[in-house]
Write a protein of this length. Structure first.
Length: 352
């Protein structure tokens, strides 16, 4: 059934199709009884799927990565579709429109996407208000979907002042999200990836850790890295994460690489231009980075595997390589509303 729906959606410009489909799904969930019906169909409830990471109880280990629900508008719908957690954002202190459209492109021959969204979001205040309303409705529910807050800087904030933006988002969303992810690895904000260098990163993380120590409750802090780091850079980031006492790593963001792509996708990518590549084309590199992180940290840090996870086999491979949790994004675009359920069933079917 989804194959037919997808063929219709794929006739539309990608970002428009995304907005239309999620808007319709969220609208459906507001009808009496509809959310429960969706949940009964799509959720896979099994005690064996429950996963603890960073001291948090995840109802299942399958999440939706940042960038899909940037503004915390679709949490009800995504919960009904069976995700164990959703990362909202990337959230910046001030609202910003992002890069000019079109900025999201499909590579159907390779089941990939290229995006150059540019942290388009409604800003931390609007997102905080929606998250507060969400928590009021669902606080205390058993097996509640968990919500991560992916935070970044505004495009016009100089890198030397970037720590102020991360701190502002951290303070405003504290108590409203279950964990934070520091995003310094998107390729779509000029100069952002320079913040992955040790001194800049230490400054940002150190300030957030210091602020967190003054607040009444502790919220886990994670770092999201790029798949384009060298092995030496990965080792350095892993060492820094351990040294500073981070709670985990998200591996990975999108890639600026364009290999391996089919000939058809290479031609498309040449016309599309800049942006971050995701989906099946970065499967191999994302898996290699995961393995490097696990080895460099000796398995002492939980890792959320992200990038190139499109089906249950991909998810099982990541868990087998040491991931605690997995995230989809492009896989959800190509796989449809049953993606989380399919991966959960695949994980349950693993030997042992």
């Amino acid at each position: 059934m989804y194959g037919l729906v997808r063929s219709l959606l794929f006739r539309l410009e990608a970002e428009k199709a995304h907005g239309l489909s999620m808007g319709l799904l969220s609208g459906l969930c507001r009808l009496p009884g509809a959310q429960g019906m969706l949940g009964a169909y799509f959720r896979v409830s099994d005690a064996r799927l429950r996963t603890e990471a960073f001291g948090l109880p995840f109802p299942n280990p399958v999440g939706l990565g940042a960038g899909f629900d940037k503004n915390a508008r679709h949490l009800e719908a995504l919960s009904a579709l069976g995700f164990g957690f959703v990362e909202v954002g990337t959230v910046t202190p001030r609202p910003q429109p992002g890069n000019p459209r079109p900025r999201l492109f499909r590579l159907p021959a390779d089941r990939g996407l290229i995006n150059r969204m540019g942290f388009n979001n409604d800003g931390m205040e609007a997102v905080a208000q929606r998250l507060a309303a969400w928590r009021r409705r669902h606080e205390g529910e058993p097996d509640r979907i968990l919500v991560g807050g992916n935070i970044g800087k505004n495009k016009d904030t100089p890198n030397e002042e970037a720590w102020r933006d991360y701190e502002a988002c951290y303070r405003r969303l504290h108590g409203l999200v279950d964990y934070f992810v520091v995003n310094v690895s998107s390729p779509n904000t000029p100069g952002l990836r320079a913040l992955q260098e040790r001194d800049a990163l230490s400054n940002i993380l150190g300030r957030l850790i210091e602020v967190g120590s003054t607040l009444p409750s502790r919220t886990p802090l994670l770092l999201k890295i790029a798949p384009d780091l060298t092995d030496e850079q990965i080792d350095e980031v892993a060492g820094l994460a351990l040294e500073m006492g981070l709670d985990g790593i998200v591996a990975n963001n999108t890639s600026i690489a364009r290999e391996p792509l089919s000939e058809a996708s290479r031609r498309l990518a040449a016309d599309i231009g800049a942006g971050g590549l995701s989906g099946a084309p970065i499967r191999g590199r994302s898996l290699n980075v995961l393995r490097r992180i696990v080895a460099a940290t000796q398995g002492r840090l939980p890792v959320i595997a992200s990038g190139g996870i499109l089906d249950p086999e991909d998810a099982k491979e990541r868990v087998g390589a040491g991931a605690t949790l997995v995230q989809v994004w492009t896989g959800f675009v190509y796989g449809g509303p049953g993606t989380a359920a399919a991966i959960c069933r695949g994980l349950l079917a693993r030997p042992g």
